[in-house]
Ligand binder design. Sequence first.
Ligand SMILES: NC(=O)c1ccc[n+]([C@@H]2O[C@H](COP(=O)([O-])OP(=O)(O)OC[C@H]3O[C@@H](n4cnc5c(N)ncnc54)[C@H](O)[C@@H]3O)[C@@H](O)[C@H]2O)c1
Length: 374
Amino acid sequence: MENKFRIGIAGCGGMGSGHAIALKSGTGDTVYNGNVADAKMPDSAMTTRIGDMMELSGVTDIDQSRRDWAREQGIFVYEDYAAMLSDESVDAVLIATPNHLHKSMAMEALRAGKHILCEKPVMMCSADLAEVMKEAEAAGRVFYPRQNREWDEDYLIIRKIYQENLLGRTFEIRCRIMGARGIPGDWRSRRECGGGMMYDWGVHVIDRTVKMIPERLRRIYCDLKYITNRECDDNVFIHFTFESGLTVRLEVDTCHFIRLPLWNLYADHGTAEIDSWNCDGRMVRLSSWEDKDTVPVMAGSGLSKTMAPRGRETLKELPLPRFDFDRNALYRNFVETCLGTAQQTVTADHALRVLRIMETCFRSAREGRVIEFE
Ligand SMILES: NC(=O)c1ccc[n+]([C@@H]2O[C@H](COP(=O)([O-])OP(=O)(O)OC[C@H]3O[C@@H](n4cnc5c(N)ncnc54)[C@H](O)[C@@H]3O)[C@@H](O)[C@H]2O)c1
């Protein structure tokens, strides 16, 4: 590609600086000077060298220390956002500022004729996103939600087991994102900035759940807790019931000091478990429901027949399927969508549905009840 697609980054904090390093290096690798713990991504021959198709024009940030950091890395720094938008060589902006700023910055960028890659949660509510989508359509520009977690290997494993019925018919999936540090003491703990765990991780777990399961989402129940502060939710529990009866439980927690598995999948002929993001885990497959007579076992201080363990001869332990994939698939798809050479993988319409689900979760938590959704 001769003229590379040029992108500017607005907000050069935790995420924006990761993008800046990824784009400057041209590899997608977000690590500089060991800034991220345990950051080694598996090498993959499938991963696009994004430097071949796009380049970083520069960054902007209102914080002087972030601008200084960028200059130290040899990254061009725009005086302010307006200066970035008025640079005609810039094709797109990547919005990586706190959540409450995404809408106004997206509207400005569209009016300046830029495509947009917008960090999640793209907006604070679905009405705002609908407005931005209308503006993008009028401007003939792409609005691309950076809901990036459909490329996580743990998710790809669960999706394969579910979609290919590897353990029979799935009847429940559970996903738990478990932290132990409360909410960071920055804008994430302020309600007016879009703080709280529903906006932070809830969006990810909802996004990929509804993308994986192509069914109407019938019922939503949500419970939000405020353990470490009074202002923003720090523990999220969501229960979805889909049209077929399949249920999904999603948890995002910040006060759990003993971690439970990241995923469980329960099907009528087996169970799968993924321990953590390194994808250690296993599947246990049932060969036959037929079983010899059971004898009761001691369960606590009483006897139980129903909870007697199953005979080993009807169970088989299997390794989890593993995946190789393009770690830069989202960047690549964004550029190709803007150039008109690919279909948009993460669409604004999908993000709109996710925001409507999040709003219904907030309502369920407020009213303390199950809400009929689709
Ligand atoms: N997709 C993901 O996996 C992922 C991961 C982390 C964060 N995020 C998202 O990225 C966004 C930023 O999060 P973060 O963790 O980087 O926050 P952060 O606080 O580390 O960084 C935000 C930066 O924006 C700057 N900023 C604030 N107002 C600005 C303005 N008007 N113009 C320019 N810069 C401004 C701040 O000075 C700060 O440096 C959030 O929307 C967050 O949800 C996404």
